[in-house]
Write a protein of this length. Structure first.
Length: 321
């Protein structure tokens, strides 16, 4: 497997090339100071959004625009009370209604600022759903700008997988299954006869776009393959370290069989030291070797887990979304 360079949108040089002006950076710095979870979430959503745009073969201008929208999509949370924003347990219905206002607050912040005005769609539309069950406007289908549809997928994926103060980490496979469920219409059998006849056609749609979701699958597969390649490189390093310490061990074991201070003792001592770093204790060679082998075993097991995970992801994608 070929290891590819990992793209970091948040590298300072990339920030400059993507024209994120000082005003936006200042707003995000304020956000970071108030709530670290939201800042990191915004960064992750922007990263995912950019890569979704790549997989969807969108032009460079739209990538820049859409990624910037993603970067500031939660800016309205600056005005959500910390007691709600950082609540360690599930929000009440009343608290959730307040939380939902971050979309319109964020859009208003952008509209009032000439530099941020072009990106108001990020805050406003990222919680809209194709079937009209989203907020704040309950838009359906093409009423939702495409950037809003992309942000919805990126935001939902990041929100589920990231460890929040009020929930435990959720695995990638489970997250993707949740998103697949959200891309499908609700089961017909759950609708009564009256509802079947009176329900708007849009209500039988899923919440998120399947094409965008497929692009997300490809992003996740890329990430998994990159992680496998990176961990494989480290295992290769561990193998060289195991061989080095093993060679040192052979000299050390011969040394301790010799009379201290003798010519042969000094010869094997020098041989052992030749393989060891200056900070490594020859007396702890066996422990070092054991630790290296145990680390290698653990890393190999994790790579196997990643291979199995990648296989499951590809199977889900092949099965059709």
């Amino acid at each position: 497997m070929r290891k590819t360079e990992k793209f970091d949108f948040y590298d300072p040089t990339m920030l400059k090339s993507y024209n994120l002006d000082d005003k936006i950076r200042y707003q995000l710095k304020m956000l970071d100071g108030m709530d670290a979870f939201t800042r990191r979430h915004s960064e992750n959503v922007a990263n995912i959004t950019l890569r979704l745009c790549d997989k969807l073969h969108l032009d460079r201008g739209f990538k820049i625009y859409c990624t910037t929208c993603a970067y500031i999509h939660d800016i309205g949370k600056l005005f959500i009370p910390p007691s709600i924003l950082q609540k360690p347990t599930k929000l009440t219905d009343e608290e959730f209604e307040i939380m939902k206002t971050h979309t319109t607050i964020g859009a208003q912040m952008c509209i009032k600022d000439l530099k941020m005005r072009p990106f108001y769609a990020g805050p406003l539309y990222h919680h809209e759903a194709l079937n009209g069950t989203g907020y704040p406007q309950g838009l359906v289908k093409d009423q939702i700008p495409y950037e809003g549809q992309i942000l919805r997928v990126a935001d939902e994926f990041e929100a589920i997988t990231a460890k929040r103060q009020y929930k435990s980490h959720v695995g990638i496979i489970e997250t993707l299954n949740i998103l697949i469920e959200n891309s499908n219409p609700p089961p017909t059998k759950t609708l009564g006869d009256v509802a079947k006849k009176t329900l708007n056609p849009e209500a039988r749609l899923g919440k998120i776009d399947k094409t965008i979701l497929k692009a997300l699958f490809k992003v996740v597969i890329d990430d998994t393959e990159y992680e496998i390649a990176s961990r494989a490189d480290y295992i290769a390093f561990l193998k060289t370290e195991i061989k080095r310490v093993h060679d040192a061990s052979k000299y050390f074991n011969r040394m301790i069989q010799c009379k201290p201070g003798s010519e042969t003792y000094e010869y094997y001592k020098a041989g052992a030291q030749m393989y060891l770093h200056s900070y490594e204790d020859p007396e702890k060679i066996d422990k070092m070797l054991e630790e290296f082998k145990e680390t290698k075993k653990m890393r190999e097991a994790y790579i196997e887990k990643l291979y199995m995970e990648e296989k499951q992801i590809k199977k889900l994608l092949k099965a059709g979304i």
